[in-house]
Design a protein around this ligand. Structure first.
Ligand code: AMP
Length: 187
């Protein structure tokens, strides 16, 4: 099963994706994690991505496409993958659709984790204090939320048209939200 977790920064995609991965036994892959590792290691991709990430902007599609292809076509993703933090733009979504279609597969379900904006800001400021992520400053948080609205929200209509969109209310206890997700998948 190929699943996409869609949600604004701070919506809990990473937490819920990890729980779902354990439950379904398919890997969860987050482009944000891969990019942070690339920046840390100083790889060519990391060097290109760094300044965009620091500013709360998306890494340009032409820079990230290779990484997305690698993830979707990896042997570990043969039986399915939970996509966390990608696709993030319509061109990325089209690329994922095409990569899967070439292998006789498709996006089976997109889960939109829905959280009100003031709650997102509150959570990200809390995370900034705990994890010290350099892109969790008040200014970049606002920027990342605006980028989500402008560049990632159009994916909702894209996947609604494919009949694979499900909205999950993303507030409440972590376990409660996990139950909603599992329930929506009929598991
Ligand atoms: P995340 O951990 O998913 O919030 O991602 C952190 C940052 O990495 C984002 O603000 C972007 O700069 C970058 N990033 C992660 N995934 C993508 C993607 N699929 N396309 C473009 N930029 C991305």
């Amino acid at each position: 099963m190929n699943l996409i977790l869609l949600g604004a920064p701070g919506s809990g995609k990473g937490t819920q994706g990890a729980l779902l991965s354990a439950r379904l036994g398919i890997p969860k892959i987050a482009t944000g994690d891969l990019l942070r590792a690339a920046v840390h290691d100083g790889t060519p991709l990391g060097l290109q991505a760094k300044r965009y990430m620091e500013q709360g902007q998306l890494v340009p599609d032409d820079v990230i496409m290779g990484l997305i292809e690698e993830v979707v076509t990896a042997p570990a993703a043969r039986d399915g993958v939970i996509m966390d933090g990608f696709p993030r733009t319509i061109p990325q979504a089209s690329a994922v659709d095409a990569l899967l279609a070439a292998r006789g597969r498709r996006v089976d379900r997109v889960l939109l984790i829905d959280v009100a904006e003031e709650e997102l800001v509150r959570r990200m400021l809390g995370r900034a204090a705990q994890e010290g992520r350099s892109d969790d400053t008040p200014e970049t948080i606002r920027k990342r939320l605006a980028v989500f609205r402008e560049q990632t929200e159009p994916l909702i209509a894209h996947y609604r048209a494919q009949g694979v969109m499900t909205t999950i209310p993303g507030t409440g206890a972590v376990e409660e939200i996990a139950q909603r997700i599992v329930g929506s998948l009929g598991r």
